[in-house]
Design a protein around this ligand. Structure first.
Ligand code: CP
Length: 317
């Protein structure tokens, strides 16, 4: 049965949500829902990708994305191999192009890449025969994060159609926000953005979103709030007066959630700066889905690896 769903897939790579239509996005989420059951078994391993090789090439730090891709591959019986910048020949000056051509020469079935450069995943995909999965490139895209967020909300609500989701915080530097705006719209949700003017991207007026500068107005009547991490490593000096002032104006607290719809959900892609983007009380409350997002990540990445590696005509057995 898994071959049947896999054989519908047409994309070699998963670089951004923008390449997906609604049916394809739902197909990944439905496939993930089927794989999720494996993650609850006493023996969490099936032979689906036995004999396949997946390289995890993370040139930026990661806990969730790297570990869950690794776990996803291993639970499908693929062999996974990690390459980090600090232990690679990148530190000796080898270029990204030569690095990926070297990896390709070892004939893997997929490369998962995280890189600080927007467009790095496309750069790699254009140069290798195997599938490339974008694990986050600069401020551009983080498609599996958006998919796992949608999976998590779908698990709660059944459907995202007509729901309102507020994305809060450092939108300008966030690949998570960009991929989520695309996917939430594709799945029929309404999207609001809220953050200080200095942390809104240029051109946001053309995005399919409502933009707010005051959190109390933005949060009124929403079904979910997705807080974003402050991307201090990507910010230039002077975008924020101070963390304290940012937290006072845009840190999500219980007083804000009283204005949202009853049972409104709280998400954060992690890692969380507690007390800055969100209060500890909210991060740990019953409506927080932060750890559900982490759990969803394994199933969604199992689905993504499976669909790409077994797509019809390529590597299919
Ligand atoms: N959400 C996310 O990408 O987390 P990591 O940086 O830990 O992978």
């Amino acid at each position: 049965m898994e071959k049947t769903i896999g054989s519908k897939w047409r994309h070699k790579d998963l670089l951004d949500v923008s390449q997906l239509d609604r049916d394809e996005a739902l197909h990944i989420l439905d496939t993930a829902a089927r794989f999720q059951e494996i993650n609850t078994r006493p023996v969490k391993k099936v032979p689906t990708l036995k004999g396949k090789s997946v390289v995890l090439f993370f040139a930026e730090p990661s806990t969730r994305t790297k570990t869950s891709f690794d776990m996803a591959g291993k639970r499908l019986s693929a062999d996974t191999f990690s390459l980090a910048t600090s232990s690679s020949s990148l530190v000796k000056g080898e270029s990204l192009k030569d690095t990926v051509l070297t990896l390709q020469a070892m004939n893997p079935d997929a490369i998962v890449i995280r890189h600080s450069m927007s467009g790095a995943a496309r750069f790699v995909a254009d140069r290798v025969r195997c599938s490339v999965l974008n694990g986050g490139d600069g401020r551009h895209a983080h498609p599996t994060q958006a998919l796992l967020d949608a999976y998590t909300l779908r698990h709660e609500w059944g459907d995202l159609e007509g729901r309102t989701v507020l994305i809060l915080g450092d939108i300008a530097h966030s690949r998570v926000a960009r991929s989520n705006v695309l996917l939430l719209n594709l799945l029929g949700a309404r999207v609001r953005l809220c953050g200080p003017r200095t942390l809104l991207p240029a051109g946001v007026a053309t995005w399919p979103v409502e933009v707010f500068s005051r959190l109390k107005e933005a949060v009124r009547g929403v079904d979910a709030v997705m807080c974003l991490r402050l991307q201090l490593e990507r910010q230039h000096a002077g975008l924020l007066p101070s963390l304290r002032e940012y937290s006072d104006e845009y840190g999500l607290g219980a007083r804000h959630m009283e204005l949202a719809n009853p049972d409104a959900k709280i998400l954060h892609p992690g890692p969380v700066n507690r007390g800055v983007e969100i209060s500890s009380e909210l991060a740990d409350c019953a409506d927080s889905l932060i750890l559900d997002q982490v759990a969803s990540g394994v199933a969604v990445r199992m689905a993504a690896l499976f669909l790409l590696i077994t797509r019809k005509g390529e590597n299919a057995q």
